[in-house]
Unconditional design. Structure first.
Length: 476
């Protein structure tokens, strides 16, 4: 008892230590990710390692791979063993009983009278069965299992793509909200300075009191816009933390992970057939084809090589007399047999034809969906390219807009102080400036967003991340 107790304590201690080490490792990774600002590449890599949906998809791939191994076990021979000991009466009767699982069969002569006396009976045996050839049926089953594995693998790739695209979008959204907050803060600072200047003029009766009220209103509206921008920044950070698998932590992003200048060129293009969306649908077509192939190999004879060794014992002698004692408790008569069994389901042809018609229709439907997916992916790629081109044109013009807005705002403030402009004109100029600052800050980011969208439409973000890495390192 003490030995078992000590073993249990050691087992419990090891389990607790293992759980503590795993938890410590996870917390260490999370702490390391949150203590420094993440680059875009680091964020994508972290999400692909920690997001639960990715881990679940990888486990489904492992399960599908195990399914292939399971299908291959059908090639192995089968050996069944049995042993039984019973105590029963031997009131046999002449006649036929249709196959069922209720009435136990009795061997031996039919007795003239019914008796309640019972005797020992025993039986033991081994049946070896092997299917030497199957006309390709088991191979078709293995092929279907491989098709299921390929589909799980393609779905895992699609999950990784979705997580990577979601991470990139969430990361760029955080950067966009940060830049919006900076523009809103600059607007509040300018309006606050101008509000103080207006109050000096009003206090010295150089401007009407209505100007002070309007300046206060403009300042309050700028602060409201700042509060909304800060709210959106917090929401975007929470969304990024969630997709990184750290919903209870605050994530910092590295502003310098994206070059300031809008990049020229675009990532290398890849065939649409390599897009995980297309690969998933193509794997469904192959799985439907595998089901049709199974049915093609179903209407063939089943050939089994079989051998059996068995023994029986009975407490009744050949004349039906009770021997008594322990007679029959062990097998005392043995037999062996070797043979070839062939079965052929003649009338299954009708069901197989109907099932094949169903699976063939499913195959054609999946093939049509595959063609539709390729068409849709091509359309998405063209739209992403057009959006990228438009974003580049916008990024080329926002600096001009910003310079003009700054000049206008400076001139309107000077004219107002000189009594040549109204406060409304200054407020309009300041509104134009904050809009220009926001447009310029987001225009360059929009180019990167559209570059990511082009890569995502092709189903692989790696060229985009490599392209980003090269631009960040000053490469071509």
């Amino acid at each position: 008892m003490r030995t078992n107790h000590r073993r249990y304590l050691r087992w419990l201690t090891l389990t607790l230590l293992l759980a503590w080490s795993v938890e410590a490792t996870v917390h260490a990774q999370t702490r390391e990710a949150t203590e420094k600002a993440l680059t875009l590449e680091e964020a994508v890599d972290f999400a692909l390692k920690n997001y639960p949906a990715v881990r679940a998809s990888l486990e489904r791939v492992k399960a599908a791979q195990a399914g292939v191994g399971l299908a291959r076990t059908n090639y192995l021979p089968r050996a069944d063993m049995v042993w039984q000991t019973n105590r029963a009466t031997d009131n046999n009767i002449t006649g036929l009983v249709l196959p069922q699982s209720i009435i136990a069969p009795i061997s031996g002569p039919v007795s003239m009278e019914t008796s309640n006396r019972s005797a020992w009976g025993s039986a033991a045996g081994l049946l070896f069965s092997w299917e030497p050839f199957d006309f390709g049926y088991r191979g078709a089953k293995v092929g279907a299992a491989r098709a299921a594995r390929d589909q799980a693998t393609a779905e895992a790739s699609l999950t990784r793509l979705d997580v990577a695209v979601g991470t990139v979008n969430a990361y760029l959204t955080v950067l966009a909200t940060q830049r919006t907050v900076l523009a809103a803060e600059a607007d509040v600072e300018r309006r606050d300075t101008f509000d103080k200047a207006v109050r000096v003029l009003v206090d010295n009766q150089l401007r009407a009191g209505a100007d002070a009220s309007r300046a206060d209103a403009e300042l309050a509206r700028a602060r409201v816009n700042l509060a909304r921008a800060q709210q959106q920044e917090k929401i975007s950070r929470a969304a990024l933390a969630d997709i990184l698998g750290m919903p209870d932590t605050s994530v910092e992003v590295q502003e310098s992970s994206l070059p300031a200048a809008p990049p020229e060129g675009s990532p290398e293009t890849t065939p649409m057939t390599s897009n995980p969306i297309a690969e998933v649908q193509h794997s469904r077509v192959e799985e439907a084809q595998a089901q049709v192939h199974i049915l093609d190999r179903s209407y063939y004879p089943k050939v089994y090589f079989q051998s059996s060794v068995y023994g029986r014992g009975s407490g009744w002698d050949p004349a039906g007399d009770f021997e008594g004692g322990t007679a029959g408790i062990g097998p005392d008569r043995s037999n062996w047999a070797v043979g070839l069994t062939v079965t052929f389901p003649v009338f299954d042809i009708f069901a197989i034809r109907s099932r094949k018609a169903v699976e063939s229709a499913n195959e054609r439907a999946e093939a049509a969906r595959y063609d539709q997916d390729l068409q849709d992916l091509t359309g998405q790629f063209r739209k992403a390219q057009a959006s990228l081109e438009g974003a580049r044109h916008v990024a080329e013009n926002t600096p001009v807009e910003l310079d003009a807005a700054r000049t206008t705002e400076t001139q309107e403030r000077s004219r107002y102080q000189a009594g040549l402009a109204t406060l409304v004109e200054v407020a309009d100029a300041q509104g134009l400036l904050v809009q220009a600052e926001t447009d310029d800050a987001l225009a360059r980011l929009a180019v990167w967003q559209n570059l990511a969208a082009v890569a995502a439409s092709q189903g692989d973000l790696q060229p985009f991340l490599q392209f980003l890495h090269n631009k960040t390192q000053g490469g071509p």
